[in-house]
Design a protein around this ligand. Structure first.
Ligand code: ADP
Length: 498
């Protein structure tokens, strides 16, 4: 039966540009900028006009109090004729309004010389006098100063008129100054403040446009280049120098990311090429020897045994290669969880070292072991076993003519445990030191090794130790040899599992 595989529908919007759910930098800048400047302008404008109004008013009040007293004194002292003219003169002198009023609001002075009402008589003073009389109750010295709701400051004083007999009667001196001027000035100031606010709004619009343009331009540029990078173009170069320190830093980070991605991309390609090559070699061998058995050695037990052994060896090599690749990718992907426990690292190191014992008997290798007893650590013993095995194996492979490998496990000055393995080989060139930990790096020269390697050993070591967060590294002198080391944290033996 034929089955049609249905292509999964492309995730909607995956390729679309990002939704504009967040306000743009431009809008944010503009809003913040205008709100801030508007706030400042209005605050300043209105507090200033309020302050000005108050100071004007108090100035008027104090002037009026002084003028009122002077006028009162002058009027009391004046005995001459033309009283009305004198009152007008006083008003002119001090630039205030001056009236002498009856309790019912009738203007007594000034009047026309013939006694008829003058111009002021047109006004209705009855309400004002009522308020004055009301205020007078709390007066000291028979005088009072207050702001009348009709919009003027008033100085009021009691006086006596003797026009109707010896007793005399109470009349009122009403001196006032309108507040209109203050109001006009304040209104004018408020209008100016508002105009300024509008100007500031326009200005902040322009300034925030300029700033956000300068800010977003490099971001837009970098976004475009990052997309290019995502499509696999590693030739992109991020610039940010012209746009200030942060942008320069961002550009540098992106350039670094580009280099890392391109490196890992290259390594991945190399890995695939190398792995497939290494898969192919044993497969070719297996096929060749199988054919040989079939065609030639099938009847010859001796040859057949030799040829089948090659097949078995090559199959083993293939298996370990597959295992290494699998291990590494599982570790890298974080699928494998570390099984941490406290264990005797001293005994464990000795055990791993013992696995190489056959080499001293067979090939004349010497292992110098300097292992302090009873050092415990917390780690994944199986993984650490792989690390130790790989590092000692490499030392064996790369050591010099004297075939000497030194293994040491000691407590260091900080109380940690330092494992190191030293060979007497040709060492590693400084420029190679950083690459040897990469997947499938193998120094250019072909090398015959007693311990089989897949070229993934150090990469596995690095991955395992990084997952543990352990410090590790290599010190190497070309021509003299290398020392690979790992620093283990020390653990309390009493916590050890059985
Ligand atoms: P393999 O040893 O299988 O090639 P590794 O990942 O273990 O793979 O090592 C990577 C490379 O690091 C080796 O090919 C070699 O060039 C270098 N290397 C590792 N250990 C040593 C050592 N002790 N001395 C010199 N070079 C070493």
């Amino acid at each position: 039966m034929e089955e049609k595989a249905e292509m999964p529908k492309k995730h909607k919007g995956a390729k679309k540009t990002y939704r504009r759910s967040n306000p743009s930098i431009y809008f944010l800048l503009w809003a913040t900028f205008s709100a801030f400047s508007l706030f400042i302008v209005l605050l300043f404008g209105f507090t200033q006009s309020a302050m000005m109004r108050n100071s004007y008013k108090s100035q008027i009040a104090s002037d009026l109090a002084e003028n009122g007293k002077a006028i009162r004194r002058s009027l009391l002292e004046y005995n001459g004729p033309f009283y009305s003219a004198y009152v007008r003169y006083q008003a002119q002198l001090y630039n205030v309004g001056v009236y002498i009023l009856d309790p019912d609001g009738t203007v007594i002075f000034p009047v026309e010389e013939d006694g008829s009402e003058d111009f002021a008589g047109q006004f209705d003073f009855s309400e004002k006098v009522e308020r004055l009389i009301d205020k007078m109750q709390s007066a000291e010295n028979g005088e009072i100063l207050y702001e009348d709701p009709s919009g003027e400051y008033v100085y009021g004083a009691e006086m006596r008129a003797y026009d109707e007999g010896e007793e005399g009667r109470t009349v009122y001196l009403y001196v006032f100054k309108p507040l209109q001027l203050v109001r006009d000035v304040v209104a004018e100031m408020n209008v100016r403040t508002l105009l300024l606010a509008i100007f500031v709004l326009v200005l902040s619009f322009a300034v925030s446009s300029a700033i956000s343009g300068a800010l977003t331009k490099p971001i837009a540029e970098m976004t475009e280049k990052a997309k290019q990078l995502a499509r696999g173009d590693f030739s992109v170069d991020f610039h940010g120098k012209a746009y200030g320190g942060e942008m320069e830093q961002l550009a540098a980070t992106l350039n670094f990311a580009r280099d890392e991605i391109s490196r890992s991309d290259r390594m991945q390609k190399e890995l695939i090429a190398n792995v497939s090559h290494d898969f192919k070699t044993p497969l070719t061998m297996i096929k060749a020897y199988a054919s040989m058995i079939q065609e030639i050695s099938g009847d010859n037990p001796e040859k057949r045994a030799k040829h089948t052994q090659v097949i078995i060896d090559e199959a083993d090599r293939l298996t370990s290669l597959v295992n290494d690749v699998l291990d590494l990718s599982k570790m890298r992907a974080g699928i494998e969880v570390l099984q941490l426990s406290v264990f005797d690292l001293s005994a464990y190191t000795q055990q791993v070292l013992d696995k190489f014992g056959y080499l001293s008997e067979k090939d004349g290798y010497t292992f110098a072991a300097d292992i302090e007893k009873g050092l415990f650590t917390r780690a994944d013993p199986v993984k650490i076993g792989e690390v130790l095995y790989n590092l000692i194996g490499n030392a064996v492979n790369y050591t010099g003519e004297d075939k000497k490998v030194t293994v040491s496990l000691r407590r260091d000055a900080d109380g940690n445990i330092r494992f190191s393995v030293t060979d007497t080989g040709k060492g590693i060139r400084p420029e190679e030191i950083s690459t040897i930990w990469d997947r499938y790096y193998r120094s250019a020269e072909a090398h015959k090794r007693p311990v089989k390697g897949t070229g993934l050993g150090l990469s596995i070591v690095k991955t395992i130790l990084e997952r543990h967060n352990f410090r590790f590294g290599v010190e190497s002198i070309v021509g003299k040899g290398s020392t690979f080391y790992v620093v283990f944290p020390s653990a309390d033996p009493s916590e050890a599992d059985e």
